[in-house]
Design a protein around this ligand. Structure first.
Ligand code: ADP
Ligand code: MG
Length: 638
């Protein structure tokens, strides 16, 4: 390597921050660096194996994929080498100089500067390649891309810059040499390395080999040093092994490897499907939400293998969007090996596998739902995503409704099922009632008052998706979902709650109410669709409701927020007034004596604005609202 051609480059700022943390690491499980290196080597071999399907020349000279680990006690180096796809110069820059991976950037975003806090985050995120700087003060990478003759060397001490220049490498692949820090000699101990590989990388489907240490003439045999090359792992694809032979730890490590995750799997589903199409599925439900869960692309990250050859992790057609949180592997012998990624999306075989996966996962979830507490953790993390299926997956709706969990006016913050809800339905109840909106406010909505008075449970739905699936015409046991903020709801056939206080029926007289309503309609004009006497309210004076057939109010609000105020989502609402409320009664009395009083017009506007505010909206004309409110307050205190 000639010095002229070696360039020095600065790390991207975020990488520099991350490296600083690695270099000063006090993390107790530093050994994970080896898992990261082996995991990368395995990914690199998978990628090349796939490329070679269409371009066999790429691997013709050296078809046996493997990872080799070599120790050198004298120079205190540990080397991990693979014959995978390798990296070009540009790829070295992009992959080892920036933060390309969403998990890592999420990690960096959460860094607080408090070292012990930040180090504990590593356990949750994983930091990939950069973890080598926890144990090495200098790292040297030589890589040669398959199909190319040039090799490049990358080197860094982790302190802000790296160097890049030409190098020699006889064959394709990547060699990573770690110059171990003072005090990290444990990673030169073959026994220690064997244990690390067994713990973290046993599931890796290619051999991880510890290279023999050549003995110098006359030297005593070192028991620990391997006299010949030794394969340290099982080197068979984990999903092909019988379930009984796989430990929970092995599943976990495999999940972390393929899911690029750091948590424990919440559920592991491993099965072999036989029938019209055969495949093996090994799927994991994560415990924690992956970072890209709400990415607009809503893509699944399953890895598809055909006869143990990795094909793609980018096949949308394999899983519906509402199961995109799943991680894992599907391996089928029935798909052609040379299937292109594009063909896969269209293939009827893919559709068959997809439907098999969905069925398996749903029935598994249904079983797990019996464990209330454990299932609550799942639903907390992924319920909002699963509910997308109620809207999108017509065929699976009923099954999804069975596992769906909800909070309600009676659930005290716990998740309940629709079966729980149905059990508590009141006599003559004909619908499953729900309200959508902000979690913080919906429980206090005035539209719920009559439901409380009759002890009727109402589902409190606060995920944006709830506004969509609830409009999709679903029912539970023949009972339709009914929004409490829409249409004219008649609860008169349902008995009062037992503990409901005796109320005298002292509503304002009908004639007076009619006059008040006429005056309010005149004053409000187009600002409302109608003004009417409410059957929903017991305590509040007014509320807004959506007319039957109009878009519900919370959905319209979401649409306005997404599409802008002029996109046509500002339908006029119905203003309902509570005939038993003292203010309404007083206004009705006033309307009876003088239906055209200015006070009535001002009151109508104030009541409408008040109803809007309770809905989480702002008054139509905030300045006029403020003026009117000041006027009434002045009169009240004068
Ligand atoms: P991740 O594996 O999650 O993508 P890493 O930090 O572990 O993140 O690696 C970053 C990238 O560097 C990889 O995505 C890959 O493109 C590249 N890379 C790392 N090690 C190797 C290797 N041994 N062979 C080829 N490419 C590699
Ligand atoms: Mg990696």
């Amino acid at each position: 390597m000639t010095t002229e051609t070696i360039e020095t480059r600065g790390f991207e700022a975020e990488v520099a921050r991350l490296l600083h943390l690695m270099v000063h690491s006090v993390y107790s499980e530093k050994e994970i660096f080896l898992r990261e290196l082996i995991s990368n080597a395995s990914d690199a071999c998978d990628k090349l194996r796939y490329e070679a399907l269409t371009e066999p020349a790429l691997t013709a000279d050296d078809p046996g994929f493997r990872v080799e680990i070599a120790l050198d006690k004298d120079s205190r180096t540990l080397t991990v080498s693979d014959n995978g796809i390798g990296m070009s110069k540009d790829e070295l820059i992009a992959n080892l100089g920036t933060i390309a991976r969403s998990g890592t950037s999420a990690f960096v975003e959460q860094l607080s500067g408090d070292e012990s806090k930040d180090m504990s985050l590593i356990g949750r995120f994983g930091v990939g390649f950069y973890s080598v700087f926890m144990v090495a003060d200098r790292v040297h990478v030589v890589s040669r891309k398959a199909g190319q003759t040039d090799a490049f060397a990358w080197e860094s001490d982790g302190a802000g810059t790296y160097s890049l220049g030409p190098a020699e490498r006889a064959t394709r692949g990547t060699t990573i040499t770690l110059h171990l820090r003072e005090g990290e000699d444990e990673f030169l101990d073959p026994w220690r390395l064997k244990r690390i590989v067994k713990t973290y990388s046993d599931h890796i489907a290619l051999p991880v080999i510890l290279k023999a240490v050549p003995k110098a003439e006359g030297e005593d045999a070192d028991d620990a040093a391997p006299a010949e090359d030794e394969t340290l792992n099982s080197a068979s694809a984990l999903w092909t092994r019988p379930k009984a032979d796989i430990t929970a730890e092995q599943y976990t490590e495999f999940y972390r490897h393929i899911g690029h995750a750091m948590d424990e799997p919440w559920a592991t589903i491993h099965w072999k499907a036989e029938g019209t199409i055969e495949y093996t599925g090994l799927l994991f439900v994560p415990t924690a939400r992956p970072f890209d869960l709400f990415d607009p692309k809503r893509q699944s990250r399953l890895k598809l293998y055909v006869r143990r050859v990795f094909i793609t992790d980018d096949c949308e057609a394999l899983l519906p969007g509402w199961l995109r949180f799943l991680r894992g592997v599907v391996d089928s012998a029935d798909l052609p090996l040379n299937i292109s990624r594009e063909m896969l999306q269209e293939s009827p075989l893919t559709a068959k596998i997809r439907s098999g996966l969905v069925k398996k996962v749903l029935s598994d979830l249904e079983k797990r739902a019996a464990d209330k507490e454990a299932f609550a953790a799942f639903w907390d993390a992924f319920g909002a995503v699963v509910k997308e299926g109620l809207y999108e997956d017509f065929e699976r709706r009923e099954q999804i409704l069975k596992i769906a969990r909800f909070k309600s006016t009676k659930s005290n913050g716990e998740w309940i099922s629709l079966a729980d809800y149905a059990e508590r339905m009141r006599p003559n109840q004909t619908a499953v009632y729900f309200i959508t909106g902000d979690a913080a406010h919906i429980a206090k909505s005035p539209q719920l008052e009559a439901f409380k008075a009759r002890d009727i449970e109402v589902l409190l739905l606060s995920d944006p998706i709830d506004d969509f699936w609830t409009g999709a015409g679903l029912d539970w046991d023949g009972k339709p979902f009914q929004s409490v903020t829409r249409g004219d709801i008649d609860l008169s056939q349902i008995p009062d709650a037992e503990d409901k206080p005796e109320t005298k029926a002292d509503n304002a007289p009908d004639a007076a109410l009619d006059k008040l309503i006429a005056a309010a309609k005149l004053a409000l004009g187009d600002a409302v669709k109608d003004v009417r006497v409410s059957r929903r309210l017991t305590d509040s004076a007014v509320c807004l409701v959506a007319d039957n057939g109009d878009m519900d109010m919370h959905l319209a609000r979401l649409m306005r927020a997404a599409k802008g105020p002029d996109a046509g989502f500002d339908t006029a609402r119905i203003l309902e007034i509570n005939p038993g409320h003292p203010l309404v009664k007083a206004l009705a009395a006033r309307a009876e004596t003088d239906g055209t009083a200015d006070t009535l017009a001002d009151a109508a506007h104030l009541l409408l604005d008040q109803a809007r505010i309770v809905e989480g909206e702002i008054p139509t004309d905030p300045a006029a609202f403020a003026r009117r409110l000041s006027d009434v307050m002045t009169k009240a205190v004068a």
